[in-house]
Write a protein that binds this ligand. Structure first.
Ligand SMILES: NC(=O)c1ccc[n+]([C@@H]2O[C@H](COP(=O)([O-])OP(=O)(O)OC[C@H]3O[C@@H](n4cnc5c(N)ncnc54)[C@H](O)[C@@H]3O)[C@@H](O)[C@H]2O)c1
Length: 350
């Protein structure tokens, strides 16, 4: 396989993590080469220089648009820039991985899907928990029947953040919980109701409490907060015979059954590394006959943005809103469950 020349656009908090991963993959394997890092802030690039040493740094990503050596970009710039920058690269026939959320508006997200198709490019969304072995373990547990009939899901996505200007918590923290609900239930919500508010500033919502109703009678309660001093990325599944609790950061999965608490074996993995390698493999197989499913494709990203829009509408209009996912957009295929033991799930008493 030829090395994939990838450029990272946006080298802030998340972009630096992506750069570190790509450099590590390039050091340990042969698949990817970090071709360039672009950030409009000289300060951000100076910090990168100190942290990563000399690289092909650019202040203007536009210099990379027509560079034939660039095959792919990983977009880690602020949410508001995703649509514009991703469109420009897709129009040049580059492959693009856009950090979540794919875009600020769902029609922009679906337009990116269209552009990728038109130009034969791979479009991925940074739904990193698609690659989380903890989520895979939880799905496996649900599929095994050990929880009995699934009743409802509870997701807690919280952590402290300073007052944010031009950002609100639903767009920022909401994508992962909604993506996880889709991954676990294989459906999109039918209806959403949401309450929330900003406490320290009127600039944007800092807390949101969301109730989402899925087909089949499954419900999900989602708590988002930038005010909670404790960071949580937790998913709980409540069933008739048991409750499963997953800490998505530690990839620690626990099963509660009558009178027993058991730890379910999950081999923790590096989710960001897997996401980047998955992007590279999607590109590798893109033009070949061999099938390699894109597990975090643009349609998934655009559908998540549609759900976020519905959530904000519910909050603003103070009512339950019907979710309308465009027809004909496929739900991502179920994925295999690497990194886990064969059924039944392996458990050890706590
Ligand atoms: N998958 C995850 O779990 C995860 C976690 C954190 C952030 N993110 C996503 O990553 C993205 C970046 O978030 P962050 O926390 O790193 O933000 P950040 O503000 O720390 O970094 C953004 C960087 O982009 C640069 N930038 C702004 N406009 C630009 C432009 N036009 N061209 C090039 N560079 C530009 C800024 O100078 C800054 O260095 C967001 O979309 C966010 O949602 C994803």
């Amino acid at each position: 396989m030829n090395r994939l020349n990838i450029a990272v656009i946006g080298a802030g908090y998340w972009g630096k993590k992506v750069i570190a991963q790509i450099l590590d993959i390039a050091r340990t394997g042969e698949e990817i080469n970090l071709y360039s890092v672009a950030d409009s802030s000289p300060i951000a690039l100076e910090q990168c220089r100190k942290e990563f040493g000399p690289l092909n740094y650019r202040l203007d990503y536009r210099e990379l648009l027509s560079d034939p050596k660039v095959s792919a970009v990983h977009l880690c710039s602020p949410n508001q820039t995703h649509f514009e920058i991703a469109s420009e690269f897709l129009r040049e026939g580059k492959h693009v991985l856009v950090e979540k959320p794919l875009a600020m508006k769902s029609r922009e997200g679906y337009e990116l899907v269209r552009l990728a198709k038109e130009h034969g490019s791979v479009l991925c969304t940074g739904h990193v928990h698609r690659f989380n072995n903890g989520i895979r373990g939880l799905r496996r547990l649900m599929d095994s029947g050990v929880l009995g009939d699934i009743y409802y899901l509870r997701l807690k996505w919280t952590g402290f953040m300073a007052i944010q200007n031009n950002r609100e918590v639903i767009t920022d923290l909401g994508p992962h919980p909604f993506d996880i609900c889709n991954n676990l239930l294989e459906t999109w919500p039918k209806k959403i109701s949401c309450k929330g508010r900003g406490y320290r500033s009127s600039a944007g919502y800092e807390m949101a409490s969301i109730y989402s109703e899925h087909p089949g009678g499954y419900d999900a309660g989602i708590e988002l907060s930038w005010l909670d001093m404790e960071k949580h990325r937790d998913v709980t599944v409540v069933g008739s015979d048991g409750t499963a609790e997953l800490d998505c950061i530690e990839q620690r999965l626990v099963l509660h059954r009558k009178g027993a608490v058991e730890r379910v074996m999950v081999v923790p993995n590096n989710t960001l590394r897997e996401e980047i390698l998955h992007f590279a493999r999607c590109i590798e197989y893109n033009s070949s006959a061999e099938h390699y499913p894109n597990r975090a494709d643009g349609t998934l990203g655009a559908n998540v943005v549609r759900v976020l829009e519905t959530t904000k509408k519910s909050l603003e209009e103070e009512r339950t809103i019907q979710v309308e996912i465009p027809r004909g957009e496929p739900i991502p295929a179920s994925e295999p469950m690497p990194g886990l033991h064969a059924e039944p799930p392996s458990m050890g008493s706590l």
